[in-house]
Design a protein around this ligand. Structure first.
Ligand SMILES: Cc1cc2nc3c(=O)[nH]c(=O)nc-3n(C[C@H](O)[C@H](O)[C@H](O)COP(=O)(O)OP(=O)(O)OC[C@H]3O[C@@H](n4cnc5c(N)ncnc54)[C@H](O)[C@@H]3O)c2cc1C
Length: 378
């Protein structure tokens, strides 16, 4: 039995960052992960994750992502290899789309470098793109992408270097308060922790009961396509990360080529696909998924319309308002939930590690966490 200050259930994007920060701050930490570290079962795999600075999701997130960026850069130095790549970012849509409009608003509010480009200028500067006539793009040179598997490994290494105990292939199956602490039952034994953080991603609703903590798993698919022409235009020095709101085909996001060969993209649904049980086998990527991505490619990135090279499934971990939950569980002074990042959380992991360490050590957070309270659903 381990006896620790802080147990972390789920050592993925968030859990590894919390383990690193808490262990660095001197806490005795136990990380429990049901799978490998890193793994391809949850929400944090697939070679790249977007980090945008002037976020269209709202200005609440901007201070958090600015701190996260500093911490990602420090972590990359420590790991001896960059975790963040600043290739710039494009938020594209018609002038009535909340994506360019709100990202410009966030840029203006926080004085972040940006330019608003028309469709022609966007295609001229970034020749892989063919925005529809009338679309605009907010270009932010400071945005870019993270390498998630590297980030999780680097955070886990920091935690281990600072004495954390991290257990892969150990699944939490039950927990209960016990004499002012918590007993955690796993498929390998029992542990005791003064406090516990549930950073269990797409499993959070199932683990903590979805009516108390509404986090639902949504199957989503990533695809990598071989450009059929102008391969060079898909490299990070010529193509930023991008989000495009194209009313005729939907809302997609993607990346320049990095890590896995090909041009990578994925869909973000306005209304999430029906929730799935994260423990059941996911439907493998199929022609329907490929055709869906191809319909968008033909519209906006026609040179990328070559053979599909790879497809992978992943889970979004959605709350009803697509806003995360960072809070105590009701009635449990030492049990915390850090989840429901709803398909846009990876960029924040490093800062969340610091925020959660502040919370569990009783230090006031430097950020306004009011929007992330669980009580908004109760
Ligand atoms: C396809 C896709 C694209 C995305 N793109 C972006 C992007 O471009 N930019 C961005 O910022 N965000 C993006 N996101 C969202 C982001 O990746 C997630 O918000 C983030 O990875 C969530 O991290 P997490 O730690 O909550 O979940 P995870 O990293 O999945 O970690 C949760 C861990 O908990 C473990 N676990 C669960 N239950 C138990 C248990 N009972 N016992 C032990 N362990 C348990 C799981 O095995 C898992 O490893 C994307 C997500 C997906 C799926």
């Amino acid at each position: 039995m381990a006896r620790v200050d802080l147990a972390i259930v789920g050592v993925g994007g968030m859990g590894s960052a919390i383990a690193a920060h808490a262990a660095q701050r001197g806490l005795k930490v136990l990380g429990l992960e049901q799978s490998s570290i890193p793994n391809t079962r949850g929400s944090s795999h697939g070679a790249t994750r977007i980090l945008r600075l002037g976020l269209h999701e709202g200005p609440t997130y901007v201070p958090l992502v600015l701190r996260a960026l500093e911490l990602w850069q420090e972590l990359g130095k420590r790991a001896g290899t960059p975790i963040f790549h600043a290739c710039g970012g494009l938020d594209v849509g018609f002038p009535d789309s909340s994506i360019p409009v709100n990202s410009e608003r966030s840029c203006v509010k926080f004085n972040l470098p940006h330019e608003v480009l028309d469709a022609k200028e966007t295609a001229r500067r970034f020749p892989a793109t063919r925005p529809n006539d009338g679309m605009i793009a907010v270009y932010q040179p400071g945005s870019g992408f993270l390498v998630p598997e590297l980030a999780i490994s680097a955070h886990t290494n920091v935690a281990l270097e600072h004495g954390a105990e991290i257990h892969g292939f150990e699944r939490l199956i039950g927990w209960e308060p016990h004499a002012g602490k918590y007993l955690l039952r796993t498929d390998r034994g029992v542990h005791e922790a003064a406090q516990v953080v549930f950073s269990s991603g797409a499993w959070t609703g199932k683990l903590l009961e979805a009516d108390r903590v509404p986090v639902a798993a949504e199957r989503t698919v990533l695809g990598w396509f071989a450009p059929r022409a102008n391969l060079r235009d898909f490299q990070p020095d010529r193509l930023p990360i991008w989000i495009v709101d194209a009313p005729q085909v939907g809302h997609f996001y993607g990346f320049p080529a990095h890590g896995v060969p090909g041009f990578k993209l994925g869909r973000l649904r306005e209304v999430p696909a029906p929730a799935v049980d994260p423990d059941l086998r996911r439907r493998a990527p199929d022609r329907e998924d490929e055709d869906d991505m191809r319909s968008f490619i033909r519209e906006i990135f026609p040179d990328a319309d070559g053979p599909v090279l790879a497809m992978e499934t992943c889970f979004f971990e959605n709350t009803p308002d697509r806003t995360p939950i960072i809070d105590r569980l009701p009635g449990e002074p030492g049990a915390w939930i850090v989840g429901g990042f709803s398909g846009h959380g990876f960029k924040f992991c490093s800062a969340i590690g610091e925020v959660v360490t502040d919370l569990v050590t009783g230090k006031p957070s430097a950020f306004d966490l009011t929007p992330f309270r669980l009580s908004r659903f109760l």
